[in-house]
Design a protein around this ligand. Structure first.
Ligand SMILES: NC(=O)c1ccc[n+]([C@@H]2O[C@H](COP(=O)([O-])OP(=O)(O)OC[C@H]3O[C@@H](n4cnc5c(N)ncnc54)[C@H](OP(=O)(O)O)[C@@H]3O)[C@@H](O)[C@H]2O)c1
Length: 380
């Protein structure tokens, strides 16, 4: 997906449709062999569509703190018609990412924010329903910025055909730009851990963090993760082979980091910023590297400064912020490494697939309260 494409999707229109609401029985699917899948197992409320129509989540207010029910509205609109060169797509899986909270704000950011009254932006995997674009036909699976809605219209040239050899949900997870490329670029190109070095990753049981840690293990590093629950800690040490885990909610982070990294830290893959970053800065070795990937600790708060910033000078650290959309040149290399890592059992992952477009607000908030288990998405 090109950066241009990130800006060029045409999203659906507004309108109406009839629907009713039913209760459905809980449904869970078994775990996959190398990746595991958690589907929403609670009883879910589902809209049954009785006419062809489009549901769309519209941003109504800029959230103040946590995302509230009143910040977005689910509206119903007609399915848009297509013109020459365009494709009508039906979303299958919508990627739910921490950056949604950034896009909802109008703070300075790496791409335009979502304006009030616009459809909430989201990356998705979709099936082509109708095409007036040579090269895409009904039934093709594509990826793009489909938005938080059932259907969208895009210029065909802005869509990527999905890889038919890979399951669609995985193409929002380990094999995606947002997860796979982010973890790969930050770990191998910025941190570049050498065998025997100590690599710390925050948000370590998350979609990006768990892959970053495993890539660092493959490079021969000693890997320490920070997480917010015992369940996540157990997964990292018992199944993924992390050398140590710190529960930032219950452990004394400074003491535990000293115990797990007695020779100091060489690399830090930062998904959170906040108190973990501030402590890691104090325990860095000279010439360490920080890949600044995300700041989830402060997405729902006003901007706050960083304590121990002086350690960047004292320890001669290199800090590089990066955004995956700028690193598409590494996509092929990432896919090669990640496919092999998964095939060899060196990379494991979890997909957290929640059901129903209508659950968007509850689902996106799972990222900020830590209740997601792996790559979060909605099956529409
Ligand atoms: N730079 C890029 O191009 C790029 C691309 C994709 C993602 N990202 C960033 O990468 C990070 C991880 O994204 P992801 O998609 O893999 O999400 P994720 O890690 O699967 O889910 C988010 C996790 O963050 C943790 N968290 C939430 N609030 C926290 C807080 N206040 N302090 C510490 N941890 C907190 C929670 O885990 P615990 O239970 O462990 O707290 C939660 O499960 C995010 O910061 C995201 O913005 C950056």
């Amino acid at each position: 997906m090109s950066a241009l494409m990130m800006h060029s999707f045409k999203l659906g229109l507004s309108g109406s449709r009839q629907h009713s609401t039913v209760r459905t029985a809980p449904r869970c699917l078994p775990a996959r062999s190398r990746g595991s899948v958690r589907r929403s197992c609670r009883s879910t409320t589902r809209h049954v569509v009785t006419m062809s129509a489009n549901r769309q989540w519209i941003l109504r207010n800029r959230p103040d703190g946590d995302i509230k029910k009143t910040d977005l509205e689910l509206v119903e609109t007609p399915i848009p018609a297509i013109e020459d060169g365009q494709v009508l797509c039906k979303n299958m899986y919508i990627s739910i990412d921490p950056t949604h909270r950034i896009w909802m704000s109008d703070a300075p950011q790496y791409m335009p924010c979502v304006e009030l009254g616009e459809i909430m932006r989201a990356v998705s995997i979709a099936v082509v329903e109708d095409s007036k674009f040579d090269g895409l036909a009904k039934g093709d699976i594509v990826s793009g910025i489909g938005g938080c809605q059932d259907y969208f219209v895009a210029d065909g040239a802005t869509l990527n055909k999905a890889d038919p050899s890979l399951p669609p949900p995985e193409q929002l997870g380990p094999y995606s730009m947002i997860i796979g490329l982010t973890a790969f670029y930050g770990t191998t190109k910025i941190c570049a851990p050498k065998a025997g070095e100590t690599f710390v990753v925050s948000g370590a049981a998350g979609a990006v963090g768990s892959m970053a840690g495993q890539l660092a293990k493959m490079a021969g590093a000693r890997v320490i993760g920070t997480v917010g629950s015992q369940e996540k800690a157990d997964w990292l040490t018992k199944e993924l082979g992390f050398d140590g885990v710190i529960n930032y909610k219950t452990d004394d982070v400074a003491a535990k980091l000293k115990e797990l990294a007695p020779d100091g830290v060489d690399c830090y893959f930062d998904n959170t910023a906040g108190p973990v970053l501030e402590e890691v800065l104090l325990q860095f070795n000279n010439n360490g590297r920080i890949a600044l990937c995300g700041l989830i600790n402060q997405y729902n708060t006003d901007k706050i400064g960083v304590k121990n910033y002086d350690m960047i000078l004292m320890r001669r650290l290199t800090v590089q912020g990066f955004i995956c959309i700028d690193q598409l040149a590494s996509m092929g290399e990432m896919l090669e490494v990640v496919k092999k890592g998964i095939a060899d059992g060196k990379i494991k992952y979890k997909l957290d697939i929640q059901k129903g477009l209508e659950s968007y607000i509850d689902v996106v908030n799972m990222l900020y309260n830590g209740s997601n288990q792996g790559k979060l998405m909605i099956e529409v």
